[in-house]
Design a protein around this ligand. Structure first.
Ligand SMILES: [Zn+2]
Length: 566
């Protein structure tokens, strides 16, 4: 950590800022111009050098991959607290910079086998090679014994799309096999669901929740790389070893005894032994009127858990507003990654440099920029570094359901996850663009930077449900996830997408996601300066942005704001 040079640069920016603000105030009457001048020192305080330096620290082996409830967590949250303190932010949770979150760590016995009987030849599948499974129940053992297997298509009950894979089906005590994503994606038919773009019904979390509501004993999603949006290796890494979970009041007993993924090769064998052709039945499942198919097979599986209660922490810091400190604009990033896996040969540390040391470092840079302003904005700015994103958005879910600041007074959330390391872009991609009134703030700032705003170019990957803004959206708080761009100024679109695909294949959620001094962070700096303006303007505004008509989150926001008025 190099505090000294940063302090110096902050002081000198402060001095320049004061001078520029004075000149701006004295010589220019126009409000626009004066905002431009007023923000200049803050904007130029956001530098690639700082971003690179903090990313390097957070992604260093010393931080051990920023695993939850580990030495790595202690180092990470203390680093963030020290940085927020150094910058001059106040503790965001009373006297504390931390929000403690009770969790349970469930470690499944890796020797589990999934046995499938009923056909001539019994099948037996190996944990991690062929399948992964866990129980969210806080119990030491969860078992399936000769549980009848049934194929329930996409495992979706969506009245608004007139779709019900569980229609007339009683799955109590049974083991359900379902496909990943949704019928709209697979058929590319815009009349089905939302066509190519994934709905929440396509997400694995939804499929597990729905199977539990139906009373199933177990649910397995058939993994295929394209519709899942990531290869089997990502499932393996993410699903083996200790699993962190929030603890509900019923100790998660309303969940299925087992939730899992099946490798597609294993699924093919199961369907084959049931006398069915996987590829043919997959096509049928995407057609309206598809009926679930009993497989005539029985599944047995014993999951042995060791349970450990732990505490993990969100880190939260506050820049109080100068006029309306009880209204809030949030910047958020997840600080966690996958920690260390001692079972791996060679490099055991998941450094998570891009994902999400970059976004976490950006929080510090933005905080410094706001402190560079001569006058803090009218509303408070909250800097929230959440835990457990990689374990299923745990820290953001916990904050959104245990808010420190009233949700109705939270104007907006800007989420940052995995910044652009490929240089300047003609555009900025905003996951969640088109959903809320935050669009206009982003469009204005993008236009000033000569950039266009794009929707998520790969909505089939379901990005909107895969990062920390989503739990806030579920609580009605307008939230967006600006995520780099798709059109490199120097190299064009094809090149940019190729870089992204290469990252997903080679580094995403692997120990190879390491800090690289050759990154071009200038595009990330463009993004952060743009996001600074967006947050600043939201914090100078009186409006509480809402969701657009027809979005599923608007009713919650309306009710929340109405309740706060009473
Ligand atoms: Zn990640």
């Amino acid at each position: 950590m190099n505090n000294a040079p940063k302090r110096k640069s902050m002081l000198s920016s402060l001095a320049i800022g004061a001078v520029l603000a004075f000149i701006g105030f004295g010589f220019f009457g126009c409000a626009k111009e004066s905002e431009e001048k007023r923000l200049q020192p803050a904007l130029s305080s956001i530098t690639a050098e700082d971003l690179s330096q903090d990313t390097k620290i957070l992604a260093s082996d010393e931080f051990e991959g920023r695993g939850l409830a580990s030495e790595g967590e202690i180092k990470t949250i203390n680093f963030l607290r020290d940085e927020f303190q150094r910058v001059g932010l106040k503790p965001g949770n009373g006297q504390s910079y931390f929000q403690e979150i009770p969790m349970v760590v469930i470690t499944a016995d890796p020797d589990a086998r999934l046995d499938v009987k009923g056909a001539k030849k019994a099948l037996s599948f190996v944990y991690k090679e062929d399948f992964v499974a866990e129980t969210l129940r806080v119990v030491e053992e969860a078992a399936l014994k000769d549980s009848e297997m049934v194929f329930a298509g996409y495992g979706i009950v969506a009245p608004e799309y007139n779709w019900n894979d569980y229609e007339g089906l009683d799955v109590r005590g049974k083991t359900v096999l379902v496909l990943v994503n949704d019928p709209g994606y697979v058929t590319q038919d815009p009349a089905l669901f939302t066509g190519r773009s994934m709905t929440y019904y396509g997400r694995w979390t939804y499929k597990y929740e729905e199977a539990a509501r139906q009373g199933a004993a177990a649910v397995f999603i058939v993994h295929e790389t394209e519709p899942a949006a990531y290869p089997w290796g990502v499932v393996q890494n993410g699903w083996t070893g200790p699993q962190f979970n929030l603890v509900s009041e019923d100790n998660n007993m309303s969940r299925c005894a087992a939730d899992g993924w099946l490798r597609v090769e294993a699924a093919r064998q199961i369907f084959k032994s049931a006398g069915l052709d996987y590829d043919a039945i997959k096509v049928q499942a995407a057609q309206r009127g598809f009926k679930a198919v009993p497989l005539g097979l029985k599944a047995s599986l014993t999951l042995k858990n060791s349970l450990r209660n732990v505490t993990s922490n969100n880190v939260i810091a506050l820049l109080p507003g100068s006029e309306r400190p009880d209204e809030y604009v949030f910047y958020m990033s997840h600080w966690d990654h996958f920690g260390r896996n001692p079972a791996l040969e060679g490099d055991q540390i998941f450094n998570g440099a891009v994902d999400n040391a970059t976004g976490t470092a950006a929080l510090i840079g933005l905080a410094e920029a706001f402190k560079t302003l001569k006058h803090p904005p009218l509303r408070s700015i909250v800097f929230l570094a959440v835990t457990g994103e990689e374990q299923g958005l745990l820290g953001s879910e916990y904050y959104a359901t245990h808010p420190i600041y009233p949700t109705a007074k939270t104007a907006a959330v800007i989420n940052m996850d995995a910044l652009n390391t490929y240089g300047p872009m003609n555009d900025i991609t905003v996951v969640g663009y088109g959903l809320s009134e935050l669009d206009q703030y982003i469009e204005a700032a993008a236009k000033e930077a000569g950039r266009t705003v794009n929707q998520d170019p790969t909505p089939e990957k379901g990005s909107y449900f895969r990062s920390d803004h989503f739990p806030f959206a579920k609580q009605g708080i307008p939230a967006v996830y600006p995520s780099g761009g798709t059109d490199s100024i120097a190299h064009g679109k094809e090149w940019t997408l190729a870089q992204r695909d290469k990252y997903t294949a080679e580094k995403y959620h692997k120990p190879t996601d390491e800090f690289d001094p050759n990154w071009d962070l200038s595009g990330a700096i463009d993004d952060l300066r743009l996001l600074f303006k967006v947050g600043y303007r939201l914090a100078m505004d009186t409006a509480f942005p809402n969701w657009k008509e027809g979005t599923q989150y608007k009713a919650k926001r309306d009710a929340d704001i109405a309740a706060a008025r009473q």
